[in-house]
Design a protein around this ligand. Sequence first.
Ligand code: BV8
Ligand code: ZN
Length: 252
Amino acid sequence: MADESAIQQAAAMIRASRRTVALTGSGISRESGVPTFRDALDGLWARYDPQELATPAAFRANPKLVWDWYEYRRAVARQAQPNPGHLALAELQRRLPQVQIITQNVDDLHERAGSTDVIRLHGSLHGSRCFYNCQGDPTPVDVAALDFDPSNGPPRCPHCGRWVRPDVVWFGELLPPAQLAAAMDAAAHADLMLVIGTSGMVAPAADLPYLARRGGARLLEINPAASALTPAVDLWLQGPSGEVLPRVLAAL
Ligand code: BV8
Ligand code: ZN
């Protein structure tokens, strides 16, 4: 667990920052009961590899399986509450001149914690769209307004009658260009990047800390375990973000 001197050092880094960026991964939502990607997914999904399910090919091959996986994850996310880590980050945004949050997560816990202007690199569990974007990219579909039998797999697009899909970025798909450009611009101009709850294994999100370093930023990681990014950071606060972030905030 991060010792008091590391917490004080982290607080000093944040106090000295004028342009802070926070890059978050699924670890920040773990204490809200949302499983991370690399944890063994509970129960039914323990036998699938998320990188096999979160792909267009998996959806084409078995739309009902993939749709049901997202329905399950949506239900988990709806039940979840923002944890002290999400809340501390929202409070940091209120207290400091400029704190930009960039998230890889598809749950809405940052927004529900009160964070604003969150850059969402990988979309949202709570959005759906036409698999073919038949009315233009994107073609959002309000699934709640559709009358469909969930036992038959995904609902059908009201415009073209083909599958509706979750509005998330799958492996092998491009990130939304505007969000990626905003994230790269924020990282390149930051003087401090907080890297919270990510294994740093998925590109291009995992490239952002290196982009920040090249722009002169210092890197502060919060994670109970070492990640692919740990060798590159200036300070690693070892511990769960739900405990560490409130301690750093209290030391500001
Ligand atoms: C792209 C949304 C251009 C969906 C996600 C070879 C072939 C084909 C492609 C590639 C390839 N090599 C590289 C690629 C590119 C690929 C990639 O990086 N693959 C990896 C696996 C090698 N990337 C892509 O495909 C991206 N698109 O590059 O387009 C392109 C196009 C075609 C071909 C090539 C390139 C799209 C990537 C986006 C995928 N979508 N999510 C959904 O959610 O269902 S990614 C998903 O996984 C997450 O969003 C996140 O980004 C990633 C998981 O990472 P983490 O969030 O870090 O979670 P993880 O479980 O890994 O780690 C949790 C961490 O939390 C751990 O460190 C743990 O210690 C820590 N933790 C645990 N408890 C706590 C905690 N921390 C704090 N507190 C706690 N309490
Ligand atoms: Zn359509």
